[in-house]
Design a protein around this ligand. Sequence first.
Ligand SMILES: Nc1nc2c(c(=O)[nH]1)N[C@H]1C(S)=C(S)[C@@H](COP(=O)(O)O)O[C@H]1N2
Ligand SMILES: [Mo]
Length: 240
Amino acid sequence: MAEKPKRTPAGAPVGRRAMLGMLGAGAAGLAAAPYLQRGWEGFLGAASQVDATGITGLLPNPGGFRYYSVVGSVPRKNETNYQLRVGGLVDRPRTYTLPELRAMPQTRVVGDVVCTDGWRVDKTPFEGVKLADLLDAAGVRSEGAAVRFRCFDGAYTESLTLEQARRSDVLVALNMQHKPITHEHGGPVRLYVAPMYFYKSAKWLSGISVTDKVVPGYWEERGYAVDGWLDDAERHNDAA
Ligand SMILES: Nc1nc2c(c(=O)[nH]1)N[C@H]1C(S)=C(S)[C@@H](COP(=O)(O)O)O[C@H]1N2
Ligand SMILES: [Mo]
């Protein structure tokens, strides 16, 4: 159920019967969910969480995005209970609340969102705190060489080298398209790694830990490249 639709080298598609079967099971599970209060985005978010086939990608999604999660349900966090832990190989570990992150200097990065599954949303504005600023505030120790990200979905992880993490187009993002990041898009706080495939941009960010080497993330343990750079042909913008 949590398996992400992937383009296989052989291109072997999931059989239509299996696809409809899975969607049927998912739809049955959805019937009891209180997503109606949350409108179309809430419905699509819930549906894509049980959609092993990617068929929800064929439904009209606002702005061309799809909603991905490797788990079936994710707790909602807001200004009262959201926390971001910055720790690992640093001199000053610290936990930030959402108001504290909002009070820090905010940077805007406009970049292309490109998923390996073949959809993209060009020139998407994100705003938030530079990851570099949080690392500087924490004081990375000399042994620090990489950063590991954890998520409050309890499952997803990601990684960057310290050099990648310090780029000015890598954000701990609070806003997307000029609005607070919705739960479906990984709010209230997600990573945005503009120069890399969107799988590097961990949703529901809860932990930033400096490590002595790169620890491959969730999809990277399942075959994705740890090196997630978009090549020039895939980048349609001039973001730094
Ligand atoms: N926590 C978490 N972060 C995640 C994922 C996920 O399943 N869980 N999927 C990744 C992938 S493959 C993509 S393409 C984007 C999708 O972001 P969206 O759901 O806001 O479109 O989130 C990335 N970050
Ligand atoms: Mo993706």
